[in-house]
Ligand binder design. Structure first.
Ligand code: SF4
Ligand code: FE
Length: 480
């Protein structure tokens, strides 16, 4: 397993094409806007080497029998699924942001079973190819991104009906040695901090959409692949050199628009090509695993937010008010409900035909549906407790200024024994989580990441087995 330093060094060797604020970034590793997101991923390496966290952060490879980072593992039991969620909560607590590495783990677990079943039916060589890729990922402890979401253009039209056929990523050329792909993937979490990316189709496809039924892995510095870095609210505060105003100056997440401008993929890296009948399965499984993931990561970030709200109340002397205590209880209740769903869909896991473990789909979708709601309520309560100062407070520069500093110090004081700066720091952290750079991960991503609410409702409807429930009611009611 790599150390954080080895991981960072390996990123320096990549020749990534990244654009941020209209300019090419020469050195993404040390860029002040990007670096906090890299630090979050580095934490997945660091904790794997700490004895107290090893049990959650590492596992045994079913391929080599060696100890590997859990982020590169194929789940072998329900307990593995449970440990995955616990690991994600831990990392959410340590980074208070999106640590990005789950997407690849979820993509690999979805591909593991889907390639196996595709080969069974079609006699294709995908599973073996994927296993070779997986072995390298485990041996080199690679960070793998998972790219699913196409830009999709006009939502009322199928991929082949779009005015521009590239709005869904597709094969534009089939060669003897591989395929050439073109398209774009949006909201790509952590891609600039990854060495590899697994690409998957965005939705179930029809027979005549074979060109869009493509899954593969390529290095992130492949020719023709480049990234346009997504803006986050308050992102340029990171350029000001202030740690206080950023709220969380060490960690963050990132998303990019990834452009595949005629990227060549050799056949040994293609894991699905034209088998439209397995696209729905792949999409559903990836989404299922990632919906489970949110029952861990968002809970860990929620822990930090609840802690921050509690500190804010303590720092201004409101901690003993009964309504504050009640709001904190409500936040904990909501947060632990999310965790319960993450654990439940994991412990109810089952083996696939390939042998790896999959979550209970209904419960994973219920988990994510709750995630589209509860973090918003937790954030609302945190803002309620924090008070308006969270968004009207002067800057760190004003605190440090000779003229204004003494007055900021004096008039922003809460409880006399607490330094004003501590009060400001905790309010900025709440701002960061609810309105700033981390709000991408805690709020909007809670809504749309791993699919928007309606996607879960479709799955819940499909898995609900209403016929069986009607049967139960008939029996009890004495209806023949
Ligand atoms: Fe992992 Fe959560 Fe980020 Fe998805 S949103 S990559 S599950 S930390
Ligand atoms: Fe996500």
């Amino acid at each position: 397993m790599k150390t954080p330093d080895q991981y960072i060094e390996s990123l320096r060797k990549l020749n990534l094409e990244v654009y941020l604020l209209g300019e090419r970034v020469k050195n993404p590793v040390d860029h002040p806007i990007i670096r906090p997101s890299l630090n979050s991923v580095a934490m997945t390496f660091q904790l794997a080497h700490e004895s107290e966290h090893k049990a959650l952060m590492t596992t045994t490879s079913h391929l080599s029998g060696r100890t590997i980072n859990r982020f590169t593992a194929i789940h072998q039991s329900s307990q593995d699924l449970v440990n995955k969620v616990k690991m994600q909560r831990l990392l959410g607590q340590k980074t208070a942001s999106c640590f990005q590495r789950c997407v690849g783990m979820d993509a690999m677990n979805a591909l593991y079973s889907t390639t196996f079943e595709t080969d069974e039916k079609h006699g294709t060589p995908y599973h073996r190819r994927f296993m070779d890729f997986l072995q390298r990922v485990q041996e080199e402890d690679l960070v793998v991104d998972g790219a699913m979401t196409d830009v999709k253009g006009d939502r009322s039209l199928r991929p082949v009906q779009q005015a521009d056929p590239d709005l869904f990523l597709r094969v534009v050329e089939r060669r003897k040695d591989g395929v050439v792909v073109r398209g774009a993937k949006s909201h790509q979490t952590g891609m600039v901090n990854s060495q590899e990316v697994i690409v998957m189709p965005t939705m179930a496809l029809r027979e005549d959409e074979k060109d869009y039924a493509i899954s593969f892995a390529v290095p992130t510095d492949s020719k023709g692949l480049f990234f346009i870095y997504g803006r986050q609210s308050c992102d340029t505060r990171k350029l000001e050199g202030s740690t206080l105003d950023v709220g969380n100056h060490q960690f963050g997440g990132h998303e990019v628009l990834a452009i595949f401008d005629d990227v060549f993929v050799p056949w040994d890296r293609v894991f699905l090509c034209g088998e439209t009948d397995f696209v729905g399965t792949l999409v559903e499984r990836f989404a299922g695993y990632h919906r489970q993931s949110y029952g861990g990561c968002k809970v860990g970030v929620g822990d930090v937010l609840i802690g921050a709200a509690s500190l804010a109340a303590e720092y201004n002397g409101a901690a003993k008010a009964s309504h504050i205590a009640d709001k904190l209880i409500e936040m904990v209740h909501l947060n632990e409900t999310l965790y319960s769903c993450g654990l439940a869909c994991s412990s109810e896991g089952h083996p696939t035909r390939a042998g790896n473990f999959e979550i209970d789909m209904l419960l994973a979708n219920v988990c994510k549906q709750n995630v589209t709601r509860f973090p918003y309520e937790i954030a609302r309560l945190a803002e309620d407790i924090a008070g308006g100062l969270m968004v009207t407070m002067p800057s760190e520069k004003d605190l440090r200024s000779e003229r204004t500093g003494p007055f900021v110090e004096k008039y922003l004081k809460g409880v006399a024994s607490v330094p004003t700066e501590h009060r400001m720091r905790v309010l900025r952290l709440i701002e960061n989580l609810t309105l700033g750079t981390a709000a991408v991960g805690y709020r909007t991503e809670s809504m749309h990441g791993a699919g928007p609410p309606q996607a879960q409702r479709i799955m819940i409807r499909r898995q609900a087995d209403l016929e069986a429930k009607k049967g139960l009611a008939k029996k009890i009611a004495g209806i023949g």
